[in-house]
Write a protein that binds this ligand. Sequence first.
Ligand SMILES: [Zn+2]
Length: 124
Amino acid sequence: MSSEAPEWWGPPLAAEAAQWADTCWPDEALGWFCRTRAGQVVFRSIRVEATPYHFSIRPSDLVDWAYHLHDAGECVLASFHSHPMGGDSFSCADRRLALWAPWHVLFVSSPGGWVLRFARTTKT
Ligand SMILES: [Zn+2]
């Protein structure tokens, strides 16, 4: 994990993701950053079963979501989730999440607000 952001990253995306993380508080939030057909980078939130320490998504929902993005012509740039109770590192489940996209963005709660962490997925 690092604080170095991908080239497509920007404050509007951070604000949107922070808003979604706040909405889901105190549970974890999940979402995606996608490039649209028009070339714009957007944030897509997705509602999942979540607790302050964990989230789960049904495989069938994930597949539906992937088809939806494909049909819309959107390309997934990064997966996103939050750690409302802190924790500046990936859990085992998070590692799998990071494999869903070239990048992963993690928002970690801190007394001063969300701390942003970025991870580039290592292709094997
Ligand atoms: Zn996590």
